[in-house]
Design a protein around this ligand. Structure first.
Ligand SMILES: Cc1cc2nc3c(=O)[nH]c(=O)nc-3n(C[C@H](O)[C@H](O)[C@H](O)COP(=O)(O)OP(=O)(O)OC[C@H]3O[C@@H](n4cnc5c(N)ncnc54)[C@H](O)[C@@H]3O)c2cc1C
Length: 802
């Protein structure tokens, strides 16, 4: 065995083999995979092998399409049979709400270039003879769906990787991974030690154990999962063609052909976590004892819907474990806080997603960034809140909801109150409906009383509508207060900090006591952050940004930081506070401080360390609501005191608490995008309309400068008014021009002050001019929309500057 490699991949399941294949295919030959036993010794060998493209995250759906189309190429390259069957896939809805969901999926497929479309229920029965059409209200058909041979696919990746020069060592368990001062790792096995520039944990069922060798806890959890292989079913045998693979959502069951019978499986509502305290090292290619009682309740439902299944004899029951992540998506990429340590774990649908995971990992490792935004799979979307127990609890929730509908306005119940601020109980008393971001509870809207604090899950406008309208009115006409503990705050200090940030950020750094908005770009000129940078002193800066992206940004900062002269801390959890916004916010502030807060003394985009309500705070004069307003940050120990002081001083001004939903409504009428939806690494600053915040002429050769200078955007983020009456865009709807799908909606909602349904989205430059008429497909209907180039509320920003 060699003593050095550029990359060591740990784990020879479908995911590890795909990572190795893609690295080697992209030209890195000095890459090695180490497998404990034989390839496919984890969950890969006993998978049902179903392949489908549907995923709530469009980029993951895209990658699933890539994976499925890769199999033919792999077979041709390696001669290894992947057992590809593509009879197509049917997705069945038996409720109106599920039918709405399928309409959204079909709409999304239009801009993703997939061919999903509705078929009649009779056509569905023609594709799968077991279906009783009277039980359903709609069927979506996806022609590329089918199934593969799991072992064949894994071996094909391995053969392909070897073909391109990679090495694989079997019977070679990794027993230690030791970091060295130069950033490399010594990967220790009984057969010898390899010094690796990069380590990839693709340990599958043992991802947690492999992680612990590097001192990290990964919030993933294996679960037992059953599927049943039937004897011959006459309806299947005599059908004349292979039956389509089928998902019955409300029946909570998937089926696929297997010779003259079927394989069918279900995701039980009370899942059984397997090996909670650790996957045994001696577990190999073996199955777990059946426990059909556990899934019998679910099976009763499908037997009613597909009666031939109930009559079918059982040839074999498979109960095998496989690993889930907290939100059902993989955890890939460089682990924040470690150098050169990557994961490709929690891949619960390795045969749908393994190819895409391998591709993105290889692009990211070799090119420094994947070709598309992989936020939905990024390991950095979890932080220290994602403990082992939390990981098990959330992964169990995800398993049990695999086929259950999650509405766009729904927040899931498991693992809640993991992190709260000192105001949690008070907010609940006031009827707050809480959401969660990066583990922290925050108010979405206030029902006024805790008895009514529940939101109807829906694709349409919910019971929150009038409450959000009231909150917006309070801000636009008086003063509102929102908790901002969930905003990320990053602190930088040291003699080298100005030079470092000048290179990291695309805009000019502000003067002392001032703020600037700035994009942060990748070397390819794509957005990696839209941040507010504040200069507190010559050697002291603060960056404010997306709370959800705080670990992703921390990883980026640490990756680019010089060895000396800059110290960095993520102080998000230490600094809580409030934003007060609205025409009366200055009056409110002036009641609580001895400082002069007049417009002349405290200007728009100023930042001050001062005392408010006897509490030391950092105060910025900005407002994401688009009003005169202030963000007031305090140490979390002062949070409650500051809140009480603001509330009592604001009573006669009509101060009202507002939540995240009202904020999202108000920013729409200001044409402001948000990180993860409108602004993300899929787009350049030019495409997102953030190029106005780039200081192209500044001396510093900031990251992404050359690419931003060369950028000639073909598409552009626009704001649209949508002519709907009772429904609003949710995000991911296709946008049409002249009957052709030209773009998609990145975010949408109702703008309560201007009383219009609005959306933001990406369209070609020649459709981006003010007034351009477009159409948007929303829940199966087409609505007229038109582009508004300037904000419909306070287009010149005079309110913020007043
Ligand atoms: C019953 C069942 C049905 C399924 N049906 C489907 C389906 O229809 N479609 C689909 O897409 N997916 C399906 N899956 C899921 C699929 O099997 C997994 O997504 C996939 O196997 C994950 O692959 P992996 O490479 O991440 O992990 P694994 O297959 O678990 O591979 C991990 C590998 O790492 C090795 N390893 C671990 N520790 C070490 C170490 N210290 N040193 C060296 N090597 C190590 C292990 O030996 C193992 O070979 C199903 C799973 C089950 C159980």
């Amino acid at each position: 065995m060699q003593s050095h490699a550029k990359v060591v991949v740990i784990g020879g399941g479908v995911v590890g083999c795909s990572v190795l294949y893609h690295l080697a295919k992209m030209g890195w030959k000095d890459v090695v995979l180490l497998e404990r036993k034989e390839l496919t010794s984890g969950s890969s060998w006993h998978a049902a092998g179903m392949i489908h493209t549907i995923n709530a995250d469009s980029n993951i759906a895209r990658l699933q399409g890539y994976t499925i189309n890769l199999y033919k190429e792999l077979e041709e390259l390696t001669g290894q049979d992947c057992g590809i069957h593509r009879p197509g896939g049917i997705y069945l809805a038996s409720t109106k709400e599920r039918y709405d969901y399928l309409k959204q999926e079909r709409a999304k497929a239009r801009y993703l270039g997939l061919d999903s479309d509705f078929i009649s229920l009779e056509q569905a029965r023609d594709l799968n003879p077991l279906i009783d059409p009277t039980k359903y209200v709609g069927a979506l058909f996806e022609p590329v769906d089918g199934y593969v041979d799991p072992s064949g696919v894994t071996q094909a990746y391995a053969k392909g990787a070897r073909h391109y020069g990679a090495k694989i060592h079997r019977e070679c368990p990794v027993i230690e991974t030791n970091p060295l001062p130069d950033g490399s790792w010594n990967v220790v096995t009984p057969l010898g030690t390899i010094n690796a520039e990069i380590v990839v944990n693709a340990g599958g069922l043992w991802a947690r154990e492999v992680g612990r060798l590097a001192g990290i806890d990964l919030p993933v959890q294996p679960f037992e999962h059953h599927y049943i292989v039937t004897e011959t079913i006459p309806e299947v045998r005599d059908h004349g063609k292979e039956a389509a693979v089928t998902v019955d959502y409300e029946g909570n069951t998937y089926t696929r052909p297997e010779h003259d019978g079927l394989i069918y499986g279900t995701y039980e509502t009370r899942p059984k976590a397997w090996a909670v305290n650790g996957t045994p090292q001696d577990f190999g290619a073996e199955l777990l004892p059946d426990d059909l009682d556990r899934i019998s309740e679910r099976l009763e439902i499908i037997f009613e819907r597909m009666p031939a299944l109930a009559r079918a004899g059982i040839k074999r029951v498979v109960n095998g474990p496989f690993t889930f992540g907290p939100d059902g998506n993989p955890l890939i990429g460089p682990v924040p806080g470690l150098r050169n340590y990557w994961t490709a774990v929690g891949v619960m649908a390795g045969f749908c997603q393994g190819g895409g995971v391998g591709l993105c990992m290889a692009e990211w490792i070799i090119n420094g960034e994947p070709a598309i935004d992989v936020w939905g799979m990024d390991v950095a979307r979890f932080g220290s809140f994602a403990t082992r127990d939390w990981g098990t609890i959330k992964s169990a929730e995800n398993y049990s909801r695999r086929f259950r509908l999650t509405y766009p306005n729904e927040t899931l119940p498991a693992g809640r109150r993991q992190k709260t601020t000192s105001l949690y109980d008070r907010f609940i008393e006031r009827g707050a409906v809480m959401g969660v971001s990066f583990g922290l509870e925050h108010a979405l809207w206030f029902a006024g009383t805790k008895d009514k604090a529940e939101e109807t899950p829906t694709f349409r406008r919910s019971n929150a509508f009038s409450h959000i309208a009231d909150e917006v009115k309070a801000v636009r006409e008086g003063v509102g207060m929102i908790e901002i503990a969930n905003y990320a705050k990053h602190e930088f200090k040291g003699p080298g900090v100005a030079a470092f940030l000048d290179r990291l950020l695309a805009n000019n750094l502000p003067k002392t006591g001032r703020l600037a908005l700035t994009p942060m770009l990748t070397p390819k000129g794509r957005l990696y952050g839209d941040l507010t940078v504040a200069k507190l002193a010559d050697d002291s800066f603060m960056l404010f940004g997306s709370g959800a992206a705080q670990e992703m940004h921390r990883r980026w900062f640490e990756m680019h930081m010089p060895k000396e002269g800059v110290s960095y801390r993520n102080v998000t959890d230490e600094l809580h506070g409030f934003a007060i916004s609205g025409p009366k916010s200055r009056t409110l502030l002036s009641r609580l401080t001895r400082d002069d807060v007049s417009n002349a003394a405290l200007k728009f985009r100023d930042i001050r360390s001062m005392v408010v309500a006897d509490v030391p705070v950092i105060l910025t004069r900005v407002s994401f609501a688009g009003e005169l307003g202030y963000e007031i940050y305090c140490a979390h120990q002062f949070h409650l005191r500051l809140f009480e002081a603001l509330e009592s001083a604001g009573g006669d001004l009509g101060l009202k608490l507002y939540g995240g939903r009202a904020l999202m409504s108000m920013r729409l009428e200001k044409n402001w995008g948000v990180w993860t939806l409108d602004y993300r690494p899929d787009f350049t600053a030019g495409e997102a309309g953030l190029d106005g915040f780039i200081a192209f002429g500044k001396k510093a050769d900031f990251i992404g400068k050359a690419a931003a200078l060369a950028d000639k955007p073909a598409k552009r983020l626009v704001t649209m008014i949508v002519d709907t009456k009772d429904v609003d865009c949710l995000g991911d709807e296709p946008v049409f021009h002249g009957g052709k799908c030209v773009g998609y909606v990145s975010s949408g909602g109702y703008a309560h002050h201007v009383k219009k349904s609005m959306a933001m989205g990406y369209v070609p430059i020649d459709c981006a001019a003010h007034g351009t008429e477009l159409e948007i497909e929303l829940l199966g209907e087409f609505y007229k929309a038109h582009v508004v180039a300037r904000p419909v509320y306070d287009p010149d920003g005079t309110k913020m500057r007043s």
